[in-house]
Design a binder for this molecule. Structure first.
Ligand code: NDP
Ligand code: 8X3
Length: 283
C-alpha cells in the first residue's frame, strides 16, 4: 500500500516524500512538473513513483488515478492521501484582486482537494482503513489583510475535514487537518509574489520560520499514530509567530482619522509603523 502525496515537486510535498520513503513506505508523488518528480524519483529510488497530475483539472486527476492502477502492485492501493498541493496568489485587498487568480486558488485548494478525496475514498472505505490528511493553514482560522480567497479556501479545508470525519464515522478511515503557520524553504511565497524572489526572501529573513521538514515530521508522526486514534486538527506555528491586536478605525471631527489597537497603542504613525513592520515580517 502507498501514500499519495500531492504537490510533491517542492516544499512540504518533496520533504514528506523523502521522510516517508526513509521511514520505509511506498510513496506516489503527484504534481504538474514532471522534471521535478523525475529528479525526486532518481533521488529516492524504487519506493517512489512520480505521477503527473493537475489537481485543478479533474480529467487530469482521473488520468493520474488510472496511471496509478497500472503501477507495480505495492503502489496500487492508497492507504494515505495527503492533500498538500495548494497555493496563494497575491496579497492585494479583495477589491483589487485578480479574479482569475481567485479561480486558480479555488480550483486548486478547494475543488481539486475535494475531487481527489472523493475519488480515493471508496477504496479506503471498502478496506475499512485509510487516512486522509489535508494541509490547511492558520490562514483558514485567522484572517489577515490580503488573505481573502486563500484564507477562505483553507477555511473550506478545515470544515471539509471535519465533515469528512462525520461521514466516515464507523468506516475506520481517519482524517486530519494540519494547519501550519509561517514556513520558509518552499516555493509558497515565490509563487504568491509571482516570482519576486527578493520579496519572498525578505519575508523569512531573521524570522526563524518553520521548515518543510518540520511539517513532514509532523505528518509522518500523525500517520504512525495508532489506528484507533484520530487527530482532528493540528495547528503549528514557529515560536516567532503569534497573534496581532485588532485595529479600530476612528473618525474624528477634525478629519485626523486614526487607528487604535486594543492594547491602547494609537496614532497614525505608530500604527503604520507597526503595520509596515508586521507586513515586512510576515509577507
Ligand atoms: P510550494 O509552492 O513549495 O509547493 C506547492 C506544491 O503544490 C508544488 O509541488 C506544486 O507543484 C503543487 N501544485 C500547485 N498547483 C498544483 C496543481 N494545480 N496541481 C498539482 N499540483 C499543484 O509550497 P508549500 O510546500 O509551502 O505548500 C504546500 C501546501 O502547504 C499548500 O497547500 C500551502 O497552501 C500550504 N501551506 C504552506 C505554508 C507556508 O508558509 N509555506 C503554511 C501553511 C500552509 P507543481 O507546480 O509542480 O504542480
Ligand atoms: C500560509 C501561511 O500565514 O502566509 O498558509 O497564510 S500564511
Amino acid at each position: 500500500m502507498a501514500v499519495l502525496i500531492t504537490g510533491a515537486s517542492s516544499g512540504f510535498g518533496a520533504a514528506m516524500s523523502r521522510k516517508f520513503v526513509q521511514a520505509g513506505f511506498y510513496v506516489i508523488g503527484a504534481a504538474r512538473r514532471a522534471e521535478k518528480l523525475e529528479s525526486l524519483s532518481r533521488e529516492l529510488g524504487e519506493s517512489f513513483q512520480g505521477v503527473v497530475m493537475d489537481v485543478a483539472d479533474r480529467h487530469s486527476i482521473d488520468g493520474a488515478l488510472d496511471e496509478i492502477d497500472g503501477l507495480p502492485e505495492a503502489f496500487r492501493e492508497i492507504d494515505c492521501l495527503i492533500n498538500n498541493a495548494g497555493l496563494a496568489l497575491g496579497l492585494e485587498p479583495a477589491y483589487q484582486a485578480d479574479w482569475s487568480d481567485w479561480e486558480t486558488v479555488i480550483q486548486t485548494n478547494v475543488s481539486g482537494l475535494a475531487y481527489l478525496t472523493r475519488q480515493v475514498l471508496p477504496q479506503m472505505v471498502a478496506r475499512g482503513e485509510g487516512y486522509i490528511m489535508n494541509i490547511g493553514s492558520i490562514a483558514g482560522t485567522y484572517p489577515y489583510p490580503g488573505g481573502n480567497i486563500y484564507g477562505a479556501s483553507k477555511a473550506f479545508v478545515r470544515q471539509f475535514s471535519l465533515n469528512l470525519r462525520a461521514d466516515l464515522h464507523g468506516t475506520g478511515v481517519r482524517v486530519s487537518n494540519i494547519e501550519p503557520g509561517l514556513c520558509g524553504g518552499s516555493e509558497f511565497s515565490y509563487v504568491r509574489f509571482r516570482g519576486d524572489e527578493e520579496r519572498a526572501r525578505q519575508l523569512y529573513e531573521n524570522a526563524g520560520p518553520l521548515l518543510p521538514e518540520d511539517i513532514a515530521d509532523t505528518v509522518l508522526w500523525l500517520y504512525q499514530t495508532p489506528k484507533h486514534m484520530n487527530v482532528n486538527s493540528l495547528e503549528v506555528m514557529p515560536v516567532s509567530q503569534s497573534f496581532g491586536a485588532l485595529p479600530v478605525y476612528r473618525h474624528s471631527a477634525d478629519g485626523a482619522d486614526s487607528l487604535q489597537l486594543q492594547n491602547g497603542d494609537s496614532g497614525r504613525d505608530s500604527f503604520l509603523g507597526k503595520v509596515t513592520r508586521w507586513v515586512r515580517n510576515n509577507f
